[in-house]
Every structure is written in C-alpha cells, then in structure tokens.
Design a protein around this ligand. Structure first.
Ligand SMILES: N[C@@H](CCC(=O)N[C@@H](CS)C(=O)NCC(=O)O)C(=O)O
Length: 305
C-alpha cells in the first residue's frame, strides 16, 4: 500500500455487518475511488467532447483497458493501415471526465475507453474495450485470424479476458489494495481466483506462442495489459503475494509482446503517471511520440517562462 492509498480513519469501517432492509448510499465508503463511485448513471455536468482531424477519435486513459485500444491502433498503423490514424483525448477518470455529457453520449456506461468512428455514413460510437478491439479488427481485417478455427480461439480468449478481468481488478485489486480495510475472506477468495486465472494462462501458453496459437491477435492485446502487468509485479504491489515469477510461460509471453514497438508506443498514449518521457497525454499525430511527451512539453514551457 502506498502513501496515496491510505484512508482517513472515518473510512475504517468495522468488518462484519448486518445489511439493512434497503441499501443506502453512504458517500465516501467506496475506498480509494469513493469520489467517482455512484449508484446512478448519467452525466453530472455538460461538457462537449473535442473532435480532431482523424477518422477515429479515442477518449481514454492509459489504464489496462485503455492500453488495449491504443496498442491495437498503433499495431494497425505499424502494419500499414493508414485509415487507423487517430486522435486520442485524455479522459481523466479521477476528475470525473467520464461523467461529462459528451462522454456519456458515446458511452452511457461512463467508463473509458470509448471511441467514435467518423468515417462511417453516420458517426459510429463504440464502447467496451473488447467491442472496440473487435470493431477495429473487422474494420481493417487485421489481428483476428481469418481461418475459422483460429478466429474462434481468438474470440474465446478475448471474451475470457472481458469476463475474467473484473475478478482481478474489481475483486482482487480492490480488496488487496484499495478497500478501506483488509478483509481476509475477500482477499483469499479473489487471490485464489486470480491465481487460478494465471494458471489457466500458464498452461495455455506452455504449448502456444500466442493466445490464439501462432498468430498475435486482439486476444493478446486484451489480456496483456492486465495479466502481463500483473506477472511483472506492476499491479497492486502484489507480485510477491501472488508469487508471479512462478508463472514462467506467462512471463515469457509478456516479455515477447512487451518488445513490440507498437506496444511500447501504445502504452504511452493517454498516460499521466510514471516517467515524463513515457507520458503522451494526448496523441494527434505519429510525430507526437518524439515531440510531445510530457518531459518535452514541460521543457518547452520552462523555456518560454
Ligand atoms: N468493461 C469495460 C471496463 C472499463 C473500465 O472499467 N474502465 C475504468 C478504467 S480501467 C473506468 O473508466 N472507470 C471509471 C469509473 O468507473 O467511473 C471495458 O473493458 O471497456
């Protein structure tokens, strides 16, 4: 647990309670993300989204779900699909940008990533990271095997991630790192499930180079940001707790994918933490990786001051 993750004492609720007859919202009881969690949907304020010059407009943040899409877009561009040029706008979920009216119009679920394709007869909104990956794979006929058997394997694993990821993030990550108190039962339950999921991947990757076989696909792009980060000890400071180095095949696959230049670029887009030279808050052009990372923008500002 980092300094940032500490909670005020009034948030330290006693474990074990009897649920009321009807649940009521107690503001501030949501752990680290209490300020953005609400029991209702819909916008909290009026705010139009900006629209750039490219056909694809992405509204996102470099969380694992956001990185799936920026990696896919960078892979498409690297593979020569110039129609995949995109503007990536920053949605700062800690500040509640996901509840602005423009964002809610394109994703009524108020979660990043969300995308609008302006190249279709009417703009097409796409939300849910798995849906965005599939949309882009079909639009550009790329990173989804063409052969029926392999295509189905890729989709199996894509949907596996979409179903399994919340047990890792919302389950394990929440109770291990973010909840206002440590509840042994909850941590045990989700640690067991996450280790089971890691073993599913470990066994599969023993005999397969990539998730769908010998072809790198959107299944890898969906799984890598979550489980790759986890086995490198980058998630929830839980590397030792989950004994992540023991998953050697998952580590091999993680390293292999992490070496891809498009993956390295995709990880930088909409990133607002870590090394300044690896943060590209907004991406509007391929040259931005060389010219507009946060270290360079800060230096320019200082030069002008
Ligand atoms: N199933 C969704 C999950 C998206 C999601 O949970 N996004 C998080 C960041 S990783 C978010 O926007 N959270 C803001 C909030 O919950 O208000 C997807 O895969 O796109």
């Amino acid at each position: 647990m980092t300094e940032d993750n500490k909670f005020p004492p009034e948030n330290n609720l006693p474990a074990g309670y009897v649920p009321a007859k009807v649940w009521e919202w107690k503001k501030g009881h949501g752990g680290q993300f209490a300020n953005i969690n609400r029991p209702i949907a819909g916008p909290t304020h009026d705010k139009a989204l900006q629209v750039g010059k490219h056909p694809l407009q992405l509204y996102s943040l470099a969380t694992p779900n956001g990185v799936k899409v920026t990696v896919m877009l960078e892979e498409l561009l690297a593979a020569g699909h110039s129609g995949a040029e995109y503007d990536a706008w920053l949605i700062n979920i800690g500040d509640g940008d996901q509840f602005g009216s423009g964002f809610v119009d394109i994703n009524p679920n108020s979660k990043i990533p969300a995308m609008v394709d302006h190249s279709t007869p009417q703009p097409t909104r796409v939300f849910e990271s798995g849906s965005i990956l599939l949309y882009l794979a079909e639009k550009f006929d790329a990173f989804l095997p063409k052969q029926h058997h392999a295509r189905t394997q890729a989709l199996n694993w894509l949907f596996w991630q979409m179903g399994s990821g919340p047990f890792l993030g919302g389950g394990f990550g929440h109770f291990y790192a973010y909840a206002p108190m440590k509840i042994e039962y909850a941590i045990d339950r989700f640690a067991m499930e996450v280790k089971r999921q890691l073993d599913v991947l470990e066994r599969h990757l023993k005999d397969h180079e990539y998730m769908a076989g010998d072809e790198y696909s959107i299944a890898d792009m969906a799984i890598w940001p979550w489980y790759g980060r986890l086995v490198k000890g980058g998630a929830y400071e839980a590397g030792d707790f989950l004994d992540v180095t023991s998953y050697t095949n998952v580590n091999r696959w993680t390293d292999q994918i992490g070496e891809r230049p498009a993956v390295k670029r995709g990880r930088m887009v909409n990133k607002t933490s870590g090394e300044l030279s690896e943060q590209l808050h907004e991406r509007h052009d391929a040259s931005d990786f060389a010219l507009r990372t946060q270290d360079k923008l800060d230096a320019q500002k200082e030069g002008k001051a």
